[in-house]
Design a protein around this ligand. Structure first.
Ligand SMILES: NC(=O)c1ccc[n+]([C@@H]2O[C@H](COP(=O)([O-])OP(=O)(O)OC[C@H]3O[C@@H](n4cnc5c(N)ncnc54)[C@H](O)[C@@H]3O)[C@@H](O)[C@H]2O)c1
Length: 326
């Protein structure tokens, strides 16, 4: 069976969704909506689909089977509720919403509408992450001991859209946007939810009112401790996750490579990159629609990530570590 797809928001990430649609026989992109007429027209022309500036009108007129929502974070709830009211299945970009209360509203509305919604937590589909998880689960390196996740990126680069720097539109800064990936990665690798967090953030950014760095200590329900260290200030970029076991180490460079060490040196692990992550993601949504098998990035799972981000911000405010209901 084939599904029509309309994309709400024609910004940076939308291209990945359109390209995945083009690779998949089951999906046919039909329309795109963006407040910017120029951007909507450009994207529509590139993919041979219809442009709209009003996403509600697009969903009412096109009645797509699937709405992909790639809007700024403060619009996720509104758009998800509207798409659900139109009977669309939904792929909603991460992070699910601005806070856990909004996630609850989305979960309730989606269940009432009888549609399927999953969150675009791409970490679940990135080949290096999946290969690392397979090694963890195999027990080849013994007992998993701890994880150290580090991300440096010039968050204040001119190319980043302005809304990312406004707390009331983004919900937070680097921890909300990229921290949600790290939380997701740690939960994915350990197969366990984070139930405790202590964090400290800084506000030295050149614009906006969001945090520009953060460091956090977290622990999963299964008892694995991890650190998340993120800086959006200047300097060389880094995206590295060290996974430490009793019998060795993994060095995970997400979307780049995976390395294994059993003694003093690292060797590169062969990774299966045959299916692009955004195709795997759509496959999960289709399976959810057709067979009712919830994806790993389910609504409830994705809410857990927002709950951890909120706990990190609470920890900064209170200087205490925070328990997170599992
Ligand atoms: N999965 C990933 O790895 C990944 C990567 C990048 C971004 N994202 C997520 O995707 C989402 C979008 O991020 P982005 O980088 O594409 O942002 P962006 O700013 O490039 O794109 C958002 C688009 O939405 C449009 N828009 C704003 N309000 C609108 C409205 N009311 N109606 C229609 N269009 C409207 C903007 O004009 C813009 O073109 C965010 O949730 C972000 O966190 C996920």
């Amino acid at each position: 069976m084939g599904y029509t797809v309309a994309v709400v928001g024609a910004g940076g990430i939308s291209a990945q969704h359109f390209e995945a649609c083009q690779m998949m026989d089951q999906l046919q992109a039909v329309a795109v909506a963006d407040l910017s007429q120029e951007r909507a027209n450009d994207v529509a022309q590139r993919y041979g689909i219809k442009p709209y500036t009003d996403y509600k009108q697009m969903l009412e007129v096109e009645k797509p089977d699937i709405a992909v929502i790639t809007l700024p974070h403060f619009l996720h709830k509104e758009a998800a509720l509207f798409a659900a009211s139109q009977g669309c299945h939904i792929l909603l970009e991460k992070p699910m919403a601005m806070n856990a209360a909004e996630c609850d509203d989305i979960i309730e509305a989606v269940k009432a509408a009888g549609v399927k919604l999953m969150i675009g937590h791409t970490q679940h589909y990135i080949p290096e992450n999946l290969a690392a998880k397979a090694i963890i689960d195999s027990g080849e390196l013994g007992q998993l001991v701890m994880i150290q996740d580090t991300r440096h990126v010039n968050y204040y680069a001119d190319k980043r859209p302005a809304w990312f720097f406004e707390k009331n539109k983004a919900g937070g800064g680097i921890f909300m946007n990229l921290g949600s990936h790290s939380i997701d990665k740690i939960q994915l690798l350990t197969g366990s939810r984070i139930v405790e967090a202590k964090a400290s953030v800084s506000y030295y950014g050149s614009k906006g009112d969001i945090e520009g760095s953060g460091i956090a200590w977290v622990r999963t329900k299964s008892g694995i401790p991890a650190t998340i260290c993120q800086s959006g200030y200047k300097g060389a970029s880094k995206n590295e996750t060290e996974i430490i076991f009793t019998d060795g180490k993994l060095k995970l460079l997400t979307s780049e490579s995976l390395w294994i060490s059993k003694d003093q040196k690292y060797e590169e692990v062969t990774v299966d990159r045959s299916t692009p992550p955004f195709v795997l993601q759509f496959n999960d949504l289709i399976r959810y629609i057709e067979e009712g098998i919830a994806p790993s990035a389910s609504m409830e799972y994705s809410r857990s990530i927002i709950a951890v981000v909120e706990a990190m911000y609470r920890s900064e405010e209170t200087s205490h570590d925070q328990a997170i209901a599992d």
